[in-house]
Design a protein around this ligand. Sequence first.
Ligand code: S5P
Length: 274
Amino acid sequence: SSFLRQTYGQRIQNHTNPAAKLLLETMERKKTNLAVSVDVVKSKDFLAIIDAVGPFVCLVKTHIDILEDFDYSTIQRLQDLSVKHDFVIFEDRKFADIGNTVALQYSSGVHKIANWSHITNAHPVPGPSIISGLSSVGLPLGRGLLLLAEMSTRGALATGSYTEDAVRMARANRDFVIGFIAQRTMEGVGLQSHSVDNDDFLTLTPGVGLDSKGDAMGQQYRTPRQVILESGCDVIIVGRGIYGKDPSLVDEIKLQAQRYREAGWQAYQERISA
Ligand code: S5P
């Protein structure tokens, strides 16, 4: 039977990885499957947006390398906000190199991602060694990894057998790989028969917008209903749909976050009661 009919709370028991459990617990506790992607370049805006959307989200997704005034104190503030508002942190680093290099990129440099990000992600393109490299750093810290099995952009190359192989790589590394960045659930993808006991991975899905179909650079948007109810994804990731063009409009950002949270939760409730 499918995990899509189980509640987020029920699915906690299908996971052993601490980051996966934390995310599902947070979703159940706060009744939200909304993640906000905070793609702004000034630390002040970054922190203000996170403080504004914090009550409505299960997770905050960062691109820490776009902050032009980055200072490690921003990380301490991000962690304080994550405790204040009870959300999980996901640095969207999209690692894509050999094991030795990604282990260094994950642990070191100015950002030291493994120190503070509960979840990060990787392209499966190098093969299984990217998972061993990252897990050598992240697993002892209780971190979790998402594989990019599909992308939201027009013309994306992550399709067909590439996507299937990504799912097989995940199944072979269940201790560290907690799910996928994908446009639909990967449950059963690439299986000859239903031969795995536990195929419950988390599906986090970007390319979500209620008012726009895409941008001028290949992004494509679908609604929370399409993503959660029709495609069986678990978390909607919303960036510009929530913070728009002006990061200083805090009240408007709060309203949009509430709107997306409601749309995502409504679609989830329809799914589990279907
Ligand atoms: O396939 C993908 C994978 C990711 S992680 N498509 C994406 O858009 N993303 C990320 O999601 C992207 O890097 C950006 O941070 C966010 C989408 O932002 P939005 O403003 O278009 O909602």
